[in-house]
Ligand binder design. Structure first.
Ligand SMILES: *Cc1c(COP(=O)(O)O)cnc(C)c1O
Length: 384
């Protein structure tokens, strides 16, 4: 048995990450490759992921959601470009300059503040304009463009926008991509308006994972995939669309494995209740293993009485409610379970694979949420 490191830990496979990057860069050859490490690198651990990503020469950019995440990337030793996708406080222009971050802009006030500050220190800033094409989230519309053009012209430090981008609303959830086609047309139309106002961007980018995998025409100069980097398809529909077009299998391999250990073994009589609310009652003599993982760690309470974990390569059903820090698995039919026996919550044991997709189905959500909500407190380890 390996030495006890922690009662709960996450293993991150470098090999899987590099394989996924290779698959994605083959799908989008000769494009700038931006790895999305927002939300603690989709729950994988941002500093650990940056540590691995630094070693891959195919990765040119990181994308993050917040300034805090951008700073974490710098602290983990990332020296190349960082694109900040989310909002920044209007006054947080020092950090943009100090950490050399490229913000997405969608407010003239913010752009004005950056221009002012950067001019003062004789610096240049690369900004990316977010264009509204129909997702109706962050982004500017056609009538906002002249106002932005004015601000760009006002400050030497801004020059022209470095990038222009948009984000699709309906690629993952369907095999019908007409709305994406519509958004693509809108994007091209807005680019023309930008050019007419003499603020044509140097690079254009629109593609998340699904667009990177399915639509070459969304790649433009750069792709910015997230979920597929971590070895997961954005959805069943994306996988089906890819297969229908004769795409290759085995493009991606999950990077993350989540493990724990059994900290108590217990024999129960028939008719015993398990956990809060007495939602589970044994029907026969049973054996359970106590696992020190709960919803605090990101194991959704909706998985109570639904999920299973893997123990010695076999499925062990979760009995009763998932607690804040503990849960119980039925090991009645699994031979040779010992105290401190390993348990796999996400990952593979022998031929059994328990993916974030399956857990997402049980919890009535998507693989993104299962991964992104893994607690940042869990011990993480980079493995081969
Ligand atoms: C999160 C995000 C991505 C990555 O999306 P995936 O579906 O995980 O590949 C790309 N672009 C923007 C703007 C995002 O917010």
């Amino acid at each position: 048995m390996p030495p006890i490191r922690k009662l709960q830990w996450i293993e991150l496979s470098q090999k899987a990450l590099h394989k996924n990057i290779l698959s994605l860069t083959n799908l989008a050859p000769n494009k700038i490759f931006a790895a999305c490490v927002k939300s603690n690198a989709y729950g994988h651990g941002i500093s650990e992921m940056v540590t691995i990503l630094k070693e891959n020469r195919r990765v040119n950019y990181l994308t993050v959601h917040s300034m805090r995440e951008a700073i974490k990337c710098r602290r983990a030793g990332w020296r190349k470009q960082i694109l900040l996708l989310g909002p920044v406080e209007l006054c947080d222009t020092d950090a943009i300059l100090e950490f050399d971050i490229e913000p997405i802009v969608f407010n003239t006030q913010f752009l004005d503040n950056i221009g002012k500050q950067a001019d003062k220190f004789n610096r240049t800033v690369k900004t990316h304009i977010k264009l509204e094409t129909g997702t109706n989230r962050q982004g500017i519309t056609e009538k906002d463009i002249p106002k932005f053009a004015k601000v760009y012209k006002k400050y030497k430090s801004l020059g022209k926008p470095y990038g222009a981008s948009t984000h699709f609303a309906n690629i993952e959830d369907t095999t019908n991509h007409s709305y994406a086609e519509y958004q693509l047309e809108q994007f091209k139309k807005l680019l023309k308006v930008m050019a007419a106002h003499d603020i044509a961007p140097k690079i254009k980018h629109t593609a998340s994972s699904a667009a990177t995998i399915l639509f070459g025409k969304t790649h433009f100069d750069m792709v910015r995939p997230g979920i597929s980097l971590y070895g997961y398809w954005p959805s069943k529909e994306t996988y089906l669309s890819h297969k229908l077009e004769g795409g290759k299998n085995n493009l991606f391999k999950p990077v993350l494995t989540w493990k724990s250990r059994i900290t108590q073994l217990k024999k129960l009589e028939p008719d015993s209740f398990i956990s809060y609310g007495c939602t589970y009652q044994t029907t026969a003599k049973s054996k359970i293993g106590i696992i020190p993982v709960g919803y605090y760690d990101g194991y959704d309470r909706a998985l109570s009485n639904k999920a299973y974990v893997l123990i010695n390569g076999k499925r062990a059903p979760i009995r009763g409610r998932v607690c804040m820090n503990l849960m119980m698995a039925d090991i009645s039919d699994i031979p040779k379970v010992k105290l401190e026996n390993e348990v796999t919550l996400i990952g593979k044991e022998n031929k059994e694979e328990l993916s974030a997709n399956r857990i997402a189905e049980w919890a009535d959500t998507i693989n993104y949420e299962i991964l992104a909500r893994l607690s940042g407190e869990i011990y993480r380890e980079i493995v081969l």
